[in-house]
Design a protein around this ligand. Structure first.
Ligand code: C2O
Ligand code: CU
Length: 424
């Protein structure tokens, strides 16, 4: 089944698309609607809650500035590298930008050296919750703080953006340890956009009132129902939670109750508790809706088998994560042509879970361990694949270029769990 390395295809239809460099870049002309300059530094800095850590900042803070755009806006971000020795880039995690704007060092651009800069330009096309981060020596630079959030939408009155990150062993929300408060009047419909910028899955959720999971990875959930449960937020993934603020307030909990945001009327002390043991399962959450393509008619069927192997692999000693028995860069690329319906079966027998992230595309989850999705279309750009689990996903190859497909536990990516999706 697996199609690796781009031999001749059996697809039966013709693909006319040759990659044209102009197609791969964002709009080069036009006045941006949103223009931001982000200056990357290596430095000691203070978390918003006061602790000093050593790491990386954008414009002096980590998380870097929240970037907001509306659907249709031309976004321009200039990255200036002041003092990040290994160089830096900005990757727009979850935004399906043109390939040349994707910010992957060594693939879509060179890392921006100290003293250099790089301008990214793309059209904000899909409303949603996203984040950006360096994609150069990512395991070190993201962990150290070289990231921020980006929201594409009109600002809603009850909007809360919460980036969860662990600096030097301290778990934070928007750079603050402990408990914090955001004032919102009772009765407001709050949309809490949660971003997991760490390397492992985290249970999150609202305490004090039932909530709906209204979007995942920047895509709406169809027909969400109210739950009292925790949501398992994969590393790199996003979830939007919606609830009406009760009179006594409510609380966003990230993992344990001691890292949280009270959301409610000024002066209230919203309830504090651990998250319920029950977990939202998107496989059967919400109601079905049209996908816009037929995953039953696949032009490509890929297998993505995740394993682990100690010793010499592809000539290098180490303890490696593998894809179909190989480690990056020796994993053959997944070759597609523009317009293909692609099915991918991801299986994991590596002994650990992996949050798998595909750049430039959103895929829909078809099944887990052979059990089909029965709820809302479940679109992802980042999917937690547990040990001994198998997922089937499908997507349309609609964004030409060379794209990464890797584990977002970033040390795992540098230990081999990374490959490319490549348009022929
Ligand atoms: Cu958020 Cu390839 O990364
Ligand atoms: Cu992994």
């Amino acid at each position: 089944y697996a199609d690796f390395g781009g031999g001749p295809e059996s697809g039966g239809h013709e693909h006319h698309h040759g990659m044209n460099v102009a197609d791969l870049t964002g709009p080069r002309t036009g006045t941006p609607d949103v223009a931001v300059t982000l200056t990357a530094r290596k430095q000691k800095f203070q978390l918003a809650s006061g602790e000093t850590v050593e790491g990386y900042t954008l414009n002096g803070t980590s998380p870097g500035p929240l970037i907001r755009a509306k659907v249709g806006d031309l976004v321009q971000v200039t990255l200036v590298n002041e003092s990040v020795k290994d160089g830096a880039t900005l990757h727009w995690h979850g935004i399906d930008v043109p390939n040349a704007e994707d910010g992957v060092a060594g693939v879509t651009q060179d890392a921006v050296p100290v003293g250099g800069n790089h301008v990214y330009r793309f059209r904000a096309e899909q409303a949603g919750t996203y984040w950006y981060h360096s994609h150069q020596v990512s395991a070190d630079e993201v962990k150290g703080g070289l990231f921020g959030t980006i929201v594409i939408a009109p600002k809603e009155p009850g909007e809360v953006v919460a980036a969860i990150h662990t600096y030097d062993g301290k778990r934070t929300i928007n750079g603050r340890t402990g408990s914090q408060h955001i004032d919102l009047p009772a009765g407001t419909t709050a949309r809490v956009r949660v971003v997991n910028t760490d390397n492992s899955i985290l249970r999150v959720g609202l305490i004090g009132t039932p909530y709906k999971v209204v979007a995942v990875d920047g895509r709406d959930i169809h027909g969400p129902t109210a739950v009292t449960a925790a949501y398992p937020l994969a590393a790199g993934a996003r979830v939007d939670l919606e609830a009406v603020v009760p009179a006594g307030g409510m609380r966003l909990v990230a993992g344990a109750a001691n890292v949280s945001v009270g959301i409610g009327p000024a002066g209230t002390e919203p309830p504090s508790a651990e998250l319920p043991a029950k977990t939202v399962d998107l496989l059967k959450y919400g109601t079905p809706a049209a996908l816009g393509f037929d995953p039953g008619k696949a032009d490509r069927n890929f297998e993505y088998r995740i394993g682990r192997r100690p010793g010499f692999l592809d000539g290098v000693p180490g303890l490696w994560w593998t894809i179909n028995g190989h480690k990056y860069p020796d994993v053959p690329m997944y070759m597609v042509a523009e317009g293909d319906v692609v099915r991918m079966k991801i299986s994991n027998s590596s002994g650990q879970a992996h949050p798998m992230h595909l750049h430039g595309h959103h895929a829909v989850v078809l099944s887990r361990n052979g059990v089909k999705t029965t709820g809302s279309p479940w679109w992802i750009d980042t999917l937690e694949v547990g040990n001994d689990e198998t997922y089937e996903i499908a997507f349309v190859a609609d964004n030409p270029g060379v794209w990464m497909d890797h584990c977002h536990n970033l040390p795992h990516a540098s230990q081999g769990l990374m490959t490319h999706l490549m348009y022929e």
